[in-house]
Design a protein. Structure first.
Length: 306
């Protein structure tokens, strides 16, 4: 890109960095895909919900997109993240241990029609494990420079994780807020007289980050890490470009939702899924191809529409 020369060009350049143009590009792309509906943009959210004089954390959801399939709705909560100009690559590290691979977990709302049609429906909220084979989760991320050789020696090794963490926090807050808001709306409708028509039977809420950063998976064997230096040989870690990753975000305490049956959750060893959130992170260059099927939809996405 040509370096800005005038005040107007510097203004446009600064807005480019901030990401406003990118957000509009994402919105326009979602609107161009058949069957997808952009429900709202810059929608105000708050979580936890207000409790008397106590207020939760507030933010604004970039884009809310819906895909309706009969009585089922898949709602995408989308955070648009323009990468930091100094850090163009996001490197993700796979989770290890017993929970390194598991089913993808989403937030869900079920409206269960009562037998007596004039009595409305019961509302059930839960965490839903999609019926697919286990997926690889990534639990850590670092932002790195794309061209280290052009930087001065003192700046070559600088990294960050601020943009990844900020984007994950924003989309997690919005997801929890929309999940609770939709639940409250459905509960209110179910008891209203006269009972309105049931809008949906199941709604699945999926958090997503769309970013201009290039995404990489970093694979390595921890046994190759030097115990004295904590470092690994340069040829023992492999960076592989990927169109998207499943990022397991550790939820701050104020964004967590307590399970209704804590004892049962603990005894079944499922507490981990309540303190984390699975987020789909997508490189923007691949977004259209993923949405239109030009890139084969991975199991994690196709399972949403079964």
């Amino acid at each position: 890109m040509v370096n800005p020369q005038t005040d107007q060009e510097w203004t446009i350049h600064s807005i480019n960095i901030h990401g406003v143009f990118f957000e509009h590009w994402c919105e326009d792309l979602f609107r161009s895909v058949p069957d997808l509906k952009v429900v709202s943009t810059n929608y105000p959210v708050e979580f936890p919900p207000p409790n008397g004089h106590l207020r939760g954390k507030e933010s604004a959801l970039d884009i809310r997109v819906e895909l309706r399939d009969g009585s089922k709705i898949v709602t995408f909560i989308v955070e648009c993240k323009k990468n930091n100009p100094d850090f163009v690559d996001w490197v993700f590290f796979p989770k290890r241990g017993e929970m390194a691979q598991r089913q993808f977990v989403v937030r869900a709302i079920d409206n269960l029609t009562k037998q007596e049609s004039n009595l409305g429906w019961d509302v059930n909220t839960h965490l839903l494990k999609l019926p697919i084979n286990s997926v690889t989760l990534f639990s850590e991320a670092r932002e790195t420079r794309g061209d280290y050789q052009s930087w001065k020696s003192g700046q070559k090794t600088k990294t960050s994780n601020a943009a990844v963490t900020d984007a994950a926090y924003q989309v997690a807050l919005a997801t929890q807020a929309i999940w609770m808001e939709e639940t409250q709306h459905s509960q209110k409708q179910a008891t209203y007289n006269p009972i309105p028509q049931l809008n949906y039977e199941t709604q699945i809420i999926v958090p997503c980050i769309v970013t201009t950063a290039q995404l990489y998976s970093c694979s390595f064997d921890p046994k190759n890490v030097n115990s004295g230096t904590g470092e690994i040989s340069l040829d023992k870690a492999i960076l592989q470009p990927v169109p998207f990753v499943i990022y397991e975000y550790s939820l701050p305490k104020h964004l967590q939702s307590a399970p209704l049956d804590l004892v049962q959750v603990i005894s079944s060893n499922n507490l981990e899924v309540f303190v984390r959130m699975d987020i789909i992170v997508i490189n923007s260059s691949y977004l259209k191809d993923l949405l239109t099927g030009h890139i084969p939809i991975p199991n994690i996405l196709s399972a949403l529409f079964k």
